[in-house]
Design a protein around this ligand. Structure first.
Ligand code: NOJ
Length: 520
């Protein structure tokens, strides 16, 4: 795969650092803990790690409220710990992608403290201050505007009031943020996942958003309006191109954008001449209904929309979304694994997906996520998908010698790395096999995607490379499916049996079974 950039044939693994591995008994994961688990990640076969924010933060939104972009929060360690982690990851051939949060800072960031100190402060214009609020809403509930008593103006926050939005029309803000990118790039990080890339610029006239005709009671309050004037503004693209240009000052780095938009808008983030984000995250699978027709449609519509030369990518989970095994059922999770790992392009896994981890119900008194605290009961809370990684069956699952910051799932005595490693037909082994196959069969990474089809519960497609041809058959139902098929060989079943079985004639696909077959 020498003709491709590393990130094109990569499986990226998202670590939510609070929940991966604790090393100092405070119940919260940290860099030294993560470093201890690097060999596990090598064994899994992934290529790159994306770490959710580890920068100093009051943790109002668990690190997505950054108070210093060029340091490490003591909860996670020190800059030296990070350098050591990076070195150890690189030593094992793993790339490291950091989370860049450019839309907003913490309200404790020195820039904001200065900005709010007086109307005349040189940093006043670094944030979005207005005499009167408009109707824009915060994604975490209520108005997006907060009144500042001292200076008599309102500032805008897309998220919590502790996360004031930066003014990306101000050239000094841009210069400062680009220098932060350079700081980490010089330090050797391999790229960035950019938080809420599509929200960076807001309407210069601050026009009110129109009402959302689809809003109904029970939806989060932020859905009351259509985000016409505070998201996906045309000016965003020049910022993305500028960020990309900064990355291009350093060889071999990748710019990934967090973007929740319909495909037609999403793909514009590849930028003119593909000089925007190399990977605008494709979240369409994780939002798609789990049936063959909807999935086929999602895959094809994304594929059709890709600009010439744009590199596809796929995601089934992240720290903001219900875990896939809870969404589709644990018995179906292996089929999801096969779907993801047989699609073309770059793939992103969320930690614990390889264990079939499910959402952990969080008792009201243990809720941590501000999204749930602000609007309880609307399904906004993200704690359930952020619980500690279960490593073994010991108390606290080998995650910590202290009390974990979020509860472990009740199933951790059986659903943990050690137990699944001992079971040769576990989902963990399935992930390992499938990831390894992508290395040995480049057709799975960059071969053509053909004949995507849905027939009742069966989703099928082919992958065709120069030397190899594969057929993927995914039974999304719980009844067996009988198919006529000639001259094919099973490469792998999600049941992890029938390997190398040759198929010639009528052939059964078992309930919730995925099959990868080699075609002549
Ligand atoms: C998107 C992040 O993924 C999410 O966790 C965070 O709360 C918001 N952006 C605000 O930064």
């Amino acid at each position: 795969m020498q003709d491709f950039d590393w990130w094109q044939h990569s499986v990226i693994y998202e670590i939510y650092p609070r929940s991966f591995q604790d090393s100092n008994r405070d119940g919260i994961g940290d860099l030294s803990g993560m470093a201890r688990r690097l060999d596990y990640l090598v064994g899994l076969g992934i290529d790159a790690i994306w770490i959710s924010p580890i920068f100093p933060s009051p943790m109002a939104d668990f690190g997505y409220d950054v108070a210093n972009y060029c340091e490490i929060d003591p909860i996670f360690g020190t800059l030296q710990d990070f350098d050591r982690f990076l070195e150890e990851a690189h030593h094992r051939g793993l790339r490291v992608i950091l989370d860049f949060v450019p839309n907003h800072t913490s309200d404790q960031h020195p820039w904001f403290l200065e900005s709010r100190s007086s109307l005349k402060n040189p940093k006043r214009d670094w944030y979005l201050w207005r005499d009167q609020p408009n109707n824009w809403l915060s994604s975490f509930g209520g108005s997006g505007w907060e009144f500042d008593e001292k200076t008599g103006q309102y500032y805008y926050h897309s998220f919590l009031k502790q996360q004031p939005d930066l003014n990306w029309r101000n050239p000094d803000v841009k210069a400062a943020m680009y220098n932060i990118l350079r700081f980490w790039l010089r330090g050797g990080v391999d790229g960035f996942r950019v938080d809420v890339m599509w929200l960076l610029i807001k309407d210069d006239q601050f026009r009110d958003n129109p009402p959302n005709p689809g809003y109904r009671a029970g939806l989060p309050s932020s859905h009351q309006l259509l985000p016409v004037y505070n998201s996906d503004r045309p000016e965003t693209h020049s910022l993305v191109t500028e960020m990309r240009a900064v990355l291009d000052e350093f060889p071999g780095r990748v710019l990934i954008g967090e973007i929740y938009l319909p495909v037609q808008q999403l793909v514009t983030y590849y930028g003119p001449d593909l000089k925007g984000a190399q990977l605008p995250f494709n979240f369409h699978l994780l939002q798609c209904a789990w049936n063959a027709e909807a999935l086929a449609h999602s895959i094809l519509s994304y594929y059709d929309a890709l600009p010439a030369g744009a590199w596809p990518n796929w995601v089934l989970g992240n720290h903001d979304q219900p875990r896939i095994a809870s969404r589709i059922g644990a018995a179906m999770a292996p089929v999801a694994a096969m779907l993801l790992l047989t699609l073309p392009g770059t793939l992103t896994l969320y930690y614990g997906e390889e264990l079939g981890m499910t959402n952990v119900p969080i008792p009201a008194e243990q809720v941590q996520d501000p999204a749930e605290k602000n609007e309880p009961g609307l399904g906004q809370g993200r704690d359930p998908e952020r619980t500690p990684m279960p490593w073994d069956a010991s108390p606290s699952a080998g995650f910590t010698a202290g009390v974990p910051w979020l509860p472990l799932g009740d199933d951790y005595p059986t659903i943990n790395v050690e137990a699944l490693e001992q079971n040769p037909s576990s989902i963990l082994h399935l992930y390992r096999h499938l990831i390894r196959l992508r290395r040995t069969s480049p057709a799975l990474v960059h071969g053509k995607l053909k004949l995507v089809a849905a027939d009742r519960h069966l989703l099928s497609f082919q992958r065709e490379g120069e030397k190899e041809r594969f057929l993927v058959l995914l039974n999304l139902g719980y009844d067996s499916v009988q198919l006529p098929l000639v001259n094919a060989t099973v490469v792998i079943s999600t049941y992890l049996d029938r390997i190398a079985e040759s198929v010639n004639g009528s052939f059964e696909i078992r309930p919730a079974e995925g099959l990868l077959l080699r075609l002549p």
